[in-house]
Design a protein around this ligand. Structure first.
Ligand code: SAH
Ligand code: SF4
Length: 417
């Protein structure tokens, strides 16, 4: 039976409950996107297939879904002509709806997407010389309120389901034309599996990396993010290596160890400040889990090593966190906790209503040089897709045409009147 129990999201703002697992569509059909093979098998059995058929068909359908990107049961050629309409009557293979798709002059692509119940969220694809990175959202909005982040100003928050998370990767593959083509038969012989693996891993893929750095705090939607990434990492699914996936957290300390244990992807931490005073202000979760606790959790992160460093993200805000003293303190902290670390310096991407400015290029250079000279890699991330508002939360905010800062100003003005 479909399980529609509601779950709540931990955080500061009223969360919008989201159905757990499966909610049939208005036409009664169940969307298979985001479900693991065992769940598809259960659903097939519940719909009337005998155990043997349910096992075989779920294996075939799973392969078509995640390995081939096929959404139409009629195109699943190794499923009998009689079985195809039986499936199509009961199930669908969905994708998030595309509200808007933009293509930047520098190759960056950005999509404003919509869930079936009408909530908008974003996804960005950033190609460079050696890789193509998809920036994936985990929530609609964010319950945390980092003061420099457009997503933090959004009121509505709903966790994205595993289907909506993995659906972003699948949609990107659709758009980039990156599903393996050719003969398809999953009768289960080793030869055929090897053949499609080889085909799939062919060189020249555009989408090579995934970062959980879109809208939302992935560790506040842990189960769904884990389930989605398991489909992405599954050798029989999307087959992307965990070494090519990075999860970014603002510092949800109690979930970090679990993340390393149960997902095992690379970790990025939105540090952004090295003193309690400044981090409390710009990354308010710091009031709950302070810098020391956070860095200890980084030191304990399973799998971190010099070969798999933890990335510290550091947004460069003019006269806020960008002094040479800040850089020196950053170095001291990294050494104190003996962290295998690299630092990503991110020029602040301004948005309407933001109260910060980006540091000057000279300041960023000086900060970066100090960190580099201490033996820690500290590249400056080139801003990408500025012509299409590609920083997270910005397309959606632009679509809504109003930032919370604007709303607050209006509310203050109304009160004053
Ligand atoms: N919630 C998670 C992941 C999403 S944010 C986190 O905070 O880590 C992804 C990254 O983009 C974070 O490092 C965030 O601090 C950064 N970011 C958000 N808004 C930005 C802006 N306007 N300019 C530059 N970086 C920004
Ligand atoms: Fe949320 Fe991350 Fe933005 Fe902070 S930076 S408000 S945690 S999305």
């Amino acid at each position: 039976m479909a399980d529609t129990a509601l779950m709540s999201i931990p955080g500061q703002v009223d969360p919008v409950p989201v159905a757990r697992d499966i909610t049939p569509r208005s036409d009664g059909r169940v969307d298979l996107l985001g479900l693991p093979k065992a769940r598809i098998r259960e659903l097939f059995a519940e719909a009337g297939l005998d155990a043997k058929q349910a096992k075989l068909r779920s294996k075939q359908v799973y392969h078509w879904l995640y390995h081939r990107g096929v959404t139409d049961f009629m195109q699943m050629t190794d499923i009998s002509k009689a079985m195809q309409p039986w499936m199509a009557e009961r199930f669908v293979v969905g994708r998030p709806d595309v509200v808007e798709a933009q293509h930047s002059s520098d190759g960056t692509r950005k999509w404003l997407l919509k869930t079936n119940d009408g909530h908008e969220f974003e996804m960005v694809f950033i190609p460079d010389d050696t890789r193509g990175t998809l920036c994936v959202s985990s929530q609609v909005g964010c319950t945390l309120n980092c003061t420099f982040c457009a997503t933090g100003t959004m009121r509505l928050v709903r966790n994205l389901t595993p289907g909506e998370i993995v659906g972003q990767v699948m949609l990107a593959r659709d758009a980039l034309g990156e599903w393996p083509k050719g003969r398809m038969d999953v009768s289960g012989t080793a030869d055929e599996d090897t053949e499609s693996e080889a085909e799939y891993r062919a060189d020249g893929r555009l989408l090579t990396n995934i970062v959980m750095m879109g809208m939302g705090e992935p560790l506040y939607n842990f189960d769904h993010v884990r389930d989605a990434l398991q489909l992405v990492m599954d050798g029989e699914g999307l087959a992307l290596s965990k070494r090519r996936i990075t999860l970014s957290t603002s510092g949800v300390v109690p979930m970090m160890y679990k993340c390393g244990e149960e997902i095992g992807v690379n970790l990025a931490v939105s540090l952004h400040a090295v003193t309690k005073e400044v981090r409390d202000e710009i990354v308010p979760i710091n009031r709950k889990y302070g810098i020391e606790e956070l860095l200890q959790a980084c030191a304990d992160y399973p799998g971190a090593s010099n070969a798999r460093r933890i990335t510290f993200e550091y947004v460069m805000l003019k006269d806020k966190n960008d002094s040479d003293d800040d850089a020196r303190e950053l170095i001291r902290l990294i050494h104190e906790y003996d962290l295998p670390a690299k630092v990503n310096l991110i020029p602040f991407n301004p948005w309407p209503g933001a109260i910060y400015e980006c540091s000057t290029p000279e300041r960023i250079k000086s900060f970066s040089k100090l960190v580099f000279d201490a033996g820690i890699s500290a590249p400056v991330r080139t801003p990408r897709g500025r012509d299409i508002d590609a920083a997270c939360g910005q397309l959606k905010t632009a679509a809504e045409k109003k930032s919370r800062a604007q709303r607050d100003r209006e509310a203050a003005a109304a009160e004053a009147n």
